[in-house]
Design a protein around this ligand. Structure first.
Ligand code: SF4
Length: 76
């Protein structure tokens, strides 16, 4: 299973995650921050859990590129 978490409040809107993993991330036109698609929110942390292992690589690239380190990607 792949688990992706985004601490959205701290996003600076650089767009790297959207470029690297467009199937998972989109920029919000409302506030200019990244949106983790289909995520559920708990205390400011947005999370998706999926058995689709194919998203791991792109999401992990987004994690590594994020300048404020607010993306977490785990394979569990
Ligand atoms: S890479 Fe990080 S800071 Fe940049 S838009 Fe994505 S979540 Fe926000």
């Amino acid at each position: 299973m792949v688990v992706i978490t985004l601490q959205r409040k701290k996003c600076i809107g650089c767009n790297y995650c959207v470029e690297l993993a467009p199937a998972q991330f989109q920029m919000s036109k409302k506030d200019g921050k990244s949106v983790l698609l289909h995520a559920t929110e708990k205390k400011g942390f947005f999370t998706i859990k999926t058995y689709d292992e194919t998203i791991f690589e792109a999401s992990n690239e987004a994690k590594k590129a994020c300048p404020v380190n607010i993306i977490e990607v785990k394979q569990v």
